[in-house]
Each structure stands twice: as C-alpha cells, then as structure tokens.
Design a protein around this ligand. Structure first.
Ligand code: ADE
Length: 225
C-alpha cells in the first residue's frame, strides 16, 4: 500500500511514521509512505502556499494552485482510491474506517493548516474528509499520523503475530480485556489466577467476560446495538 501525505509542515510527520511498527511495515515493503512538502509547489520566489481570505476575516487560507499541481502530478503516476482531507469538520474516525482504508492500494492524505484549504480543493479533489476527534488541532499532520498508524498495522504481514490486530479494542465493538506480564506477584498485587491456569478455554471466556464488563462500564454506547 502507498500513502502520499501532503503537508505544509512535513517535519511534524517524519518522526511518528519512522519508528516501531510503522518503520517495520515500510522496511518490509508492505507500506510506502511518501511525505510531500507543499512548499516545493509554492508560487513565486517565496514559494507561497497561503493567502488572505476573500471577503475578509482572520487567518490565512491554503491556496489552490500548489495543492492542485501536486495532486495532478500524483494522479498522473497512479490512480488513487481516496483523496482524504484531514479537518475537524470531517467524519469522525473509527476502527471500521481504518479497516476499510487498509484494503486500498493508494491513498492521498491532505493536511490542512492555517485556517484550512480553499474550498475549491475540497469540491474538486477530495473524496473523503476525516476528523480524528471533536477538538481543533493546529493542523492535519497529527491526524494524518493517526490514520497511517491505524491503517498500517492492519496490513497483512505488518504485525509479527498476524492475529493480534484482530483482537484490538474496537475490532468487535468491545474494549480489550486487562493484560498482565511478570512478575505474577508485585508486592501483593497478584495476576488473576485463571491466567496462570493453562486452561485456554477458560482464559478465553474470562477475557471475553472482562471485555464486556469493561465496555459496559467505560463505553456503553458500543453495546447499544
Ligand atoms: N485538523 C485540525 N483539527 C483536526 C481534527 N480534529 N481532525 C483532523 N484534522 C484536524
């Protein structure tokens, strides 16, 4: 899978996508993440990418030409399944969206900055708008990193234990059960005996019961249907 990210602040993206599981996904050749510095497509000798709003109002707007030039260039090399714009007024991002996006071959993620992008970019190019939560960030970069991480770990072969992404919280609309590792006794705080029993069926049942209990307490909305 290839993900092209368009950003006015590409340095914000480099670190979160170059360690741990995302690093491994790229090293294995299962995920290619290409970060594009929008300023390389800026206009004039100052490589301008933003300008004042028509009609007045505070805040700069990302201009249409640099973004359009870059998107056209990318589209001339390959076809894209989605061109996503990260914005607080987009669709609230959930695990089911990550599952869907992980099946695609090529996507573009456009990170908004300043006041946002010229509306015509959204009208002409964007196929999907995503918000990672009901709060406003300084730009779309952190959201884009969230998207790439959540998608990348679902690509078959990325996680060492192929099944483990399926047991993540939210995959079955349940939160994950509690987990423990050594020591079994930390100053009297004990690991539940059942996990030491070696009885796989009982352990699975216990985990399922704990998942339901935790979901009921913390996220009853997930059990609504
Ligand atoms: N850009 C600014 N805030 C955002 C949010 N909540 N989600 C996605 N992109 C954003």
């Amino acid at each position: 899978m290839r993900i092209d990210i368009i950003s006015a602040v590409p340095d914000l993206l480099a670190s979160p996508l170059s360690h741990s599981i995302m690093r491994r996904a790229q090293d294995k050749g299962l995920l290619e993440v290409v970060i594009h510095d929008l300023r390389d497509y800026g206009i004039g000798k100052h490589r301008q990418i933003d300008d004042y709003q028509y009609g007045g109002g505070a805040g700069l707007v990302m201009m249409i030409e640099p973004i359009a030039t870059l998107i056209e260039k990318l589209k001339s090399d390959r076809s894209y399944d989605e061109i996503i714009y990260m914005t607080p007024d987009g669709q609230l991002y959930e695990q089911s969206h990550a599952n869907e996006l992980s099946t695609y071959d090529n996507i573009i993620i456009l990170c908004g900055h300043y006041k946002g992008v010229d509306q015509r970019i959204r009208d002409i190019y964007i196929t999907r708008e995503i918000s990672i939560g009901s709060y406003v960030l300084s730009g779309g970069e952190l959201g884009a990193a969230v998207l790439v991480d959540s998608i990348g770990r679902l690509i078959p072969g990325v996680l060492n234990d192929g099944s483990s992404a399926l047991f993540d919280s939210f995959q079955d609309d349940l939160l994950a059960p509690p987990i423990y590792t050594r020591p079994a006794d930390f100053h009297g705080a004990l690991v539940p005996q059942i996990l030491l029993s070696g009885d796989d069926a009982k352990i699975e049942q216990w985990r399922h019961d704990k998942s339901i209990q935790s979901t009921r307490q913390r996220r009853p909305d997930l059990l609504d249907d």
